[in-house]
Design a protein around this ligand. Structure first.
Ligand code: NAG
Ligand code: NAG
Length: 189
């Protein structure tokens, strides 16, 4: 009987501890997303919250660096998905012109480079080289913009992935803001 009571109490304590951990993670996410969206359009806050919470690891995040890692991983998966969309268009020859085909191939290459930068940023987070974290995520952030500019610049072509590139750009800026707010320009709370 005593042992049963012990088990029940242990179970309750563990549950409370876990609920406490989740609550702490969620308040970290909210605070960080609030800071990150300070100078952004209103929808950015919701995008930040939903995209970070999409990753179950976020419920265990204890500090801003762990949250940045989650944001970078989200960005990598987003970049990979958009690259997949572009490659499908190429494979199915759904592009509008030879020029458009060439531009899509350029974009596909850019997405790979973008993911290399994001992967590098994970190493920099590990070694707490926060300035390099900022630089490498920033470089990844130019990818969706450069891809779009190929179409809309001198070439006057319509990009089939404008919407995806817009979202991708924002998804990449989320971990950059986390890192920036926490380590580059620490704000006085
Ligand atoms: C990129 O991430 C956003 C936010 O999680 C999501 O809404 C969007 O569908 C993703 N795009 C792709 C192509 O995976
Ligand atoms: C760009 O493309 C649009 C639609 O195809 C066309 O109406 C317009 O004249 C083009 N502009 C230039 C500068 O080529």
């Amino acid at each position: 009987m005593k042992f049963m009571i012990y088990l029940v109490v242990l179970f309750l304590v563990l549950n409370i501890m876990n609920a406490n951990k989740v609550a702490m993670a969620n308040s970290l996410i909210q605070d960080s997303c609030k800071k990150a969206s300070k100078f952004e359009e209103p929808h950015y806050y919701n995008l930040c919250i939903t995209s970070i919470k999409q990753n179950p690891e976020s419920q265990k995040a204890r500090n801003i660096d762990e949250l940045t890692v989650i944001g970078v991983k989200n960005a990598i998966s987003n970049m990979t998905n958009v690259k997949g969309i572009v490659e499908k268009i190429l494979k199915e020859r759904k592009y509008k012109s030879r020029l458009s085909e060439k531009l899509l191939r350029d974009c596909s290459k850019l997405y790979s480079e973008g993911n290399d930068f994001l992967t590098k940023s994970l190493k920099y987070i590990n070694s707490r080289n926060y300035q390099e974290v900022d630089n490498s995520i920033a470089k990844a952030g130019t990818v969706p913009r450069t891809c779009e500019m190929g179409f809309n610049g001198d070439n006057n072509q319509t990009s089939p992935v404008t919407k995806d590139n817009d979202v991708l750009f924002e998804v990449v800026t989320i971990p950059r803001s986390f890192n920036h707010d926490a380590h580059i320009v620490p704000r006085i709370a």
